[in-house]
Design a protein around this ligand. Structure first.
Ligand code: SAH
Ligand code: SF4
Ligand code: F3S
Length: 450
C-alpha cells in the first residue's frame, strides 16, 4: 500500500478539499498517513490569503526537500504536490522557486490528481491550474465520514471582489452545488456517524443552488432540508457575507433547533469610509441592523467576526470607528489581521499604505478588546448547563473534548460517554482556551434521533 501525507493551511474549504484529495487517491491504493517520512506522496494544500501564509509554503518545501532526500537514500521515491490557493496564484513559479515540486494543482482541478501524479511519475513537473468546465464534484468519489463532525462544501468561489482579497482570483467565480447533491452528501455523512455538519463556502450565504423543484434555493431553505435528515443533530454554516444575510436565513436561526446559535459574520472594519474602499458594499449601520435582527431571532446567538487593521488610508479616526463598533456589538470570538498587500488585488495599488508599526499597534489594541469580550462571553457560561457534542479524547486520560453550541471547546471528565454523544454539561471553570465542565445527565446519554 502506498501512503499519502496531506497538510492543509488556510480556511475550512481547504480542510474539506484535503480530505477529498485523500478520497480521490484512495482507489489508487493510497492510504493516508500522519507521518511525512513514510509518505510516497506529499501534498501541501496551501493558502494565499496573506503574505505570511504564502511564504510558509516555501519554508515548508525546504523541509519536504530534506524528507525526499532522506527517503531517496533508502531507495524510496517521493512525489510532491502543491495544491490550493498558492498553486492557483503562482502556478509554474512554484516549480521554479522549489524544484522539489512535481505537481502544481489548483482548487478547481484536484479531482484530476490520480492522472497528474501518474504523469509526474513518467517525468517532469505537471501544472494544472485550470478552471475546468467539468464539475469537480461529479468526479470525486463518495465522501467518507471521519469522526463525528464534518465540513460539507455547498458553495465555492466569490464574485464580491473586496479590494484586499485574493479569493475571487484563486477560487474563481461563485457557484452553488445543487440541493440533491448536497443532501446526498449530508445523508452519507449522517450514515457514517457524523452528528454535526458545517456547510461551507467562501460566501456560503450567497448559496443559490438548484432546488428539488428546479428553482434556486436559498441557504435558509437548504438548512431546513438538511436538518430533516435523521442523525443530523447539529448544523452550522460559514463563512457569511453581511450582504447575503437574508430574511429566510435569519428566520432559520429562530425556527431550527439544530442550527447552532453561532454566527461568523466578518465585518472587516467599522469605518464607512474604509468599508467603501474595501468594496464591502455595506455600511457600519447596516451591519449593526443585521446583528440586531439576528439577535431578535436568536437572543443567545454568539457572534464572531473577522477584522483587518491598517487597510490603505485607514486613519486613527477610522480605526477608532472599528474599536467603537466592537464595543457596541460584543463578540464571542473573532479573528483579526494586519492588512497584507496581495499582488493583483486593487488594494495593493493604493497609495497610502499604513506603516507596519502602526498596523501592529492597532492590531494589539483591537485584539486586547476582542480578547476581553471573548473571556467575558466564556465566563458567562459558568454555572450554566450547555449541550456538548463530544468529539474526541481530551488532554488527559478520562477526559473527553467537545464543543458547546457556541463553538467553545469544552473538556469533561467522564467514563460513561463516548465521542458522538451529545450531553448536557454544567460548566464549572473557564481556562484560557477551553471551558471545563461536568456531565449533568444522570441516565444514559442521548442517542441519534433515528
Ligand atoms: N469569504 C470570507 C473571507 C475569507 S478570507 C468573507 O467574505 O468574509 C478570511 C479573512 O481573512 C477575511 O475575512 C479577512 O479578514 C482576512 N483577509 C483577507 N484578505 C486579507 C488581506 N489581504 N490582509 C489581511 N487579512 C485578509
Ligand atoms: Fe474575499 Fe470579500 Fe469574497 Fe470574502 S467576500 S472571499 S473577503 S472577496
Ligand atoms: Fe486561503 Fe484560499 Fe481559503 S487563500 S483562506 S485557502 S480560499
Amino acid at each position: 500500500m502506498k501512503k499519502v501525507f496531506v497538510k492543509s493551511y488556510g480556511c475550512q474549504m481547504n480542510v474539506y478539499d484535503a480530505e477529498r484529495m485523500a478520497d480521490v487517491l484512495a482507489p489508487q491504493g493510497f492510504a493516508e498517513t500522519a507521518a511525512i517520512e513514510e509518505a510516497d506522496l506529499i501534498i501541501l494544500n496551501t493558502c494565499h490569503i496573506r503574505e505570511r501564509a504564502a511564504e510558509k509554503v516555501y519554508s515548508e518545501l525546504g523541509r519536504v526537500r530534506q524528507v525526499k532526500r532522506a527517503r531517496q537514500a533508502k531507495g524510496h521515491e517521493t512525489k510532491v504536490v502543491v495544491a490550493g490557493c498558492v498553486a492557483q496564484a503562482e502556478g509554474r513559479e512554484i516549480v521554479r522557486r522549489a524544484p522539489v515540486v512535481d505537481v502544481v494543482v489548483g482548487p478547481q482541478s484536484y479531482h484530476r490528481l490520480p492522472d497528474l501524479v501518474a504523469r509526474a511519475q513518467r517525468g517532469g513537473a505537471v501544472i494544472d491550474t485550470e478552471f475546468p468546465v467539468e464539475d469537480k464534484f461529479a468526479h470525486l468519489p463518495a465522501v467518507r465520514g471521519r469522526g463525528v463532525t464534518a465540513f460539507l462544501t455547498i458553495q465555492e468561489g466569490c464574485d464580491k471582489f473586496c479590494t484586499f482579497c485574493v479569493v475571487p482570483y484563486t477560487r474563481g467565480a461563485e457557484m452553488s452545488r445543487p440541493v440533491v447533491k448536497v443532501v446526498a452528501e449530508a445523508e452519507r455523512l449522517a450514515w457514517a456517524g457524523i452528528r454535526e455538519i458545517t456547510l461551507i463556502g467562501q460566501n456560503v450565504n450567497a448559496y443559490h443552488g438548484e432546488g428539488i423543484d428546479g428553482r434556486a434555493w436559498s441557504l435558509g431553505r437548504l438548512l431546513h432540508r438538511i436538518a430533516a435528515i435523521p442523525g443530523v443533530e447539529r448544523l452550522r454554516y460559514t463563512t457569511s457575507h453581511p450582504r447575503d444575510m437574508d430574511e429566510a436565513l435569519i428566520a432559520a436561526h429562530r425556527d431550527l433547533p439544530a442550527l447552532m446559535p453561532y454566527l461568523h459574520l466578518p465585518v472587516q472594519a467599522g469605518s464607512d469610509r474604509i468599508l467603501a474602499a474595501m468594496n464591502r458594499r455595506h455600511t457600519r449601520d447596516e451591519y449593526r441592523r443585521i446583528v440586531d435582527e439576528v439577535r431578535a431571532a436568536r437572543p443567545d446567538i454568539a457572534l464572531s467576526s473577522d477584522f483587518i487593521v491598517g487597510f490603505p488610508g485607514e486613519t486613527d479616526a477610522d480605526f477608532e470607528d472599528t474599536m467603537r463598533l466592537v464595543a457596541e456589538i460584543g463578540f464571542a470570538s473573532a479573528f483579526s489581521f494586519k492588512y497584507s498587500s496581495r499582488p493583483g488585488t486593487p488594494g495593493a495599488e493604493l497609495a497610502e499604505q499604513v506603516p507596519e508599526p502602526l498596523k501592529a499597534e492597532r492590531l494589539a489594541r483591537l485584539q486586547a478588546l476582542l480578547e476581553t469580550q471573548r473571556q467575558a462571553f466564556n465566563r458567562g457560561t459558568i454555572g450554566r448547563i450547555v449541550s456538548v457534542l463530544l468529539e474526541k479524547p481530551g488532554r488527559h486520560p478520562g477526559q473527553l473534548a467537545g464543543k458547546s453550541p457556541y463553538l467553545q471547546a469544552v473538556q469533561i471528565e467522564t467514563d460513561r460517554h463516548r465521542p458522538g454523544d451529545i450531553i448536557p454539561v454544567r460548566i464549572v471553570r473557564v481556562g484560557s482556551n477551553s471551558l471545563f465542565g461536568e456531565p449533568a445527565d444522570r441516565q444514559a446519554p442521548m442517542t441519534a434521533a433515528a
